[in-house]
Design a protein around this ligand. Structure first.
Ligand SMILES: [Fe+2]
Ligand SMILES: [Fe+2]
Length: 165
């Protein structure tokens, strides 16, 4: 990967972070799709929850972009996979989101391993924020899934969402 300036992080980690921008933007689009699925059923607070989550994923992508610019890395944006707004059920939509969050957690853990193996402490430090964030995101998605799977009427469940947000 060509450098724009003297790089401060390992090129292996820089490459993985570049790919992660695509994963975060992919998650952004997937959450837009889930939010839309709920909006189409007039479940506006469930929709809002996933639209907010979508906005956070875009922020995650931007955080990585800024870091790569600051550390002098060249970067290209990867292609983003298509996202469908059709799901079998609300539970399967939320279960899908939980699966993505777990996958993203694994991606950051893999990057942390790369950073340590490369003796890249600047990169390792940067990853800490994301690792903490993932603990929070997996945990809250588990709660939403438990709520949906409890069989509660989802319109009634919207009142519980207000407490959580
Ligand atoms: Fe994210
Ligand atoms: Fe996330």
């Amino acid at each position: 990967m060509p450098k724009t300036a003297q790089s401060m992080i390992s090129s292996k980690l820089a490459q993985k972070l570049g790919e992660q921008i695509g994963h975060e933007l992919g998650a952004h689009q997937q959450y837009l799709a889930i939010g839309t699925y709920f909006a189409q059923q007039s479940l506006d607070k469930w929709a809002g929850l996933f639209y907010r989550q979508a906005a956070e994923e875009k922020e995650h992508a931007l955080k990585i972009v800024k870091f790569l610019v600051e550390t002098g890395e060249a970067l290209e944006f990867p292609a983003i996979a298509a996202a469908s707004t059709r799901f079998k059920s609300p539970a399967s939509a939320v279960a899908q989101a939980l699966k993505w969050e777990r996958t993203v957690t694994e991606q950051f853990q893999a990057m942390a391993k790369v950073a340590l193996a490369e003796g890249d402490f600047v990169g390792f430090q940067f990853l800490q924020w994301f690792l903490e964030e993932q603990v929070e995101e997996v945990s809250s998605m588990e709660k939403y899934l438990a709520l949906v799977e409890s069989g509660i009427n989802l319109f009634q469940a919207e009142e519980l969402l207000e407490i959580e947000n």
